[in-house]
Design a protein around this ligand. Structure first.
Ligand SMILES: [Zn+2]
Length: 143
């Protein structure tokens, strides 16, 4: 598992990555310099669509993934190529990046965020996400 810092332009991708079990933080500051400092301090890989920021990363000793696509499915494909496995692995809260804990109840599998208490379960939305990931994995094999 990698630790990421996602650009505010890529919040939606960031929430998806959390569903895939990745540790994804949001920027605390606004400037590129603040982002680079945070990534360095917290040992995170920056994910951005900003070419300028991408080019500043090596100089700051920070890893960076440059996203070129605007569609979420293509962005996920780019992350898969960068080494993120495309399978739902509920480990991180999509809202706050808190750790999820499995709730021991009968029936549907549920998780709860240890920080903000949001509940997650394998419902219809879950199946939609599974099938989208399935389609993207198909593209990956074709490359
Ligand atoms: Zn949470």
């Amino acid at each position: 598992m990698q630790r990421f810092l996602v650009d505010l332009m890529l919040m939606r991708l960031g929430r998806w990555l959390r569903l895939l079990g990745q540790d994804v933080a949001l920027p605390k500051g606004k400037s590129d310099a603040e982002l680079l400092l945070q990534a360095k301090k917290e040992s995170r890989t920056i994910i951005t669509r900003d070419r300028g920021l991408f080019q500043a990363c090596p100089g700051a000793g920070v890893q960076c993934v440059l996203i070129r696509s605007t569609a979420i499915s293509d962005q996920l494909l780019e992350m898969a190529k960068a080494g993120v496995p495309l399978r739902l692995d509920p480990w991180r809260c999509t809202l706050c990046n808190g750790r999820l804990e499995v709730m021991k109840t009968s029936g549907t599998k549920r998780w709860q965020c240890s920080a903000c208490k949001k509940l997650y379960w394998e419902g219809g939305h879950w199946k939609k996400m599974e099938s989208m990931l399935h389609v993207i994995r198909g593209f990956l094999k074709g490359v």
